[in-house]
Design a protein around this ligand. Structure first.
Ligand code: DGL
Length: 261
């Protein structure tokens, strides 16, 4: 089973990408809806939550772990990799690789939560891969609550997106990394506001391609993953709002089960 966790529901964008890229694998998802958002929390707290979420998924039978949350990936990857002896995937490196491969002028923009942008992880990883790249990052803290409220096509959301993207637009970026689980849900408005000439990199799509490649190269791990198209969705709190957001992230109706961890 592939175990995937996020601070909440937004990580279902990664589930969607995994289902599209490699259908058939059994998945277990944990969304930490009781403790969301992570993007405003301290590093120490996010690391503790990431450990607890990983424990839960392993106890449920996960054989590989996907940290769908950009914030958790930014601050907790090292701690999780040190602690657990199974393949751990974070969403930052795949998005960076895809951005570098797609960028024509190496003018790369990154948007994410405050914690992700403050960690500087995207910038660090991009510059490790290409020292000549220019990276422009900006936190977009209002976008997560707007998605959670279902304000995806509202003019107010378009206005806020435009304001957030303005500094990146003036830098004439050619590639933009969506460094947050929720932003793929706003992809259409983000593309409109940043301009059609900018390539958008969706970290959920990037990580699913990385997992597929990894499993192709590691048949011994691939062999232990069950493939009955089974999907179990657990959350630490259920509200109707979470159910609605889940539907827009996954683009299908799903049953969420409540669990205390
Ligand atoms: N899942 C978080 C991320 O990708 C966004 C929501 C939150 O702040 O917890 O950064």
């Amino acid at each position: 089973m592939i175990g995937i966790f996020d601070s909440g529901i937004g990580g279902l964008t990664t589930v969607r990408a995994i289902i599209e890229t490699m259908p058939g694998y059994d998945l277990i998802y944990f969304g930490d809806t009781a403790r969301t958002p992570y993007g405003t929390k301290s590093r120490k707290t996010v690391i503790r939550y990431a450990i607890e979420n990983t424990e839960f998924l392993i106890k449920k039978g996960a054989k590989i772990i996907v940290m769908a949350c950009n914030t958790a990936s930014s601050v907790a990857t090292e701690a999780i990799k040190e602690r657990y002896d199974l393949p751990i995937f974070e969403v930052i490196s795949p998005a960076v690789d895809l951005a570098i491969a797609s960028s024509r002028g190496m003018q790369i923009g990154v948007i994410g939560t405050r914690a992700t942008i403050k960690s500087g992880i995207y910038e660090k990883k991009i510059l490790e891969k290409n020292g000549a790249a220019k990276v422009f990052s900006t936190p977009c803290p209002l976008l997560v609550p707007l998605v959670e409220e279902g304000w995806v096509t509202k003019p107010e959301t378009a206005m806020i997106v435009k304001k957030y993207l303005h500094p990146l637009k003036t830098r004439q970026i050619d590639t933009l990394i969506l460094g947050c689980t929720h932003y793929p849900i706003l992809k259409a408005v983000i593309q409109r506001k940043i301009g059609r000439q900018v390539t958008i990199i969706d970290s959920s799509v990037a990580v699913s391609k990385t997992i597929k490649t990894y499993l192709g190269e590691h048949p011994e791990i691939e062999a232990v993953l069950s493939k009955n198209s089974r999907m179990d969705f657990f959350v630490s709190d259920i509200t109707t709002q979470f159910e609605k957001t889940a539907e827009s992230a996954l683009k299908r109706k799903i049953a969420l089960s409540h669990v205390e961890i």
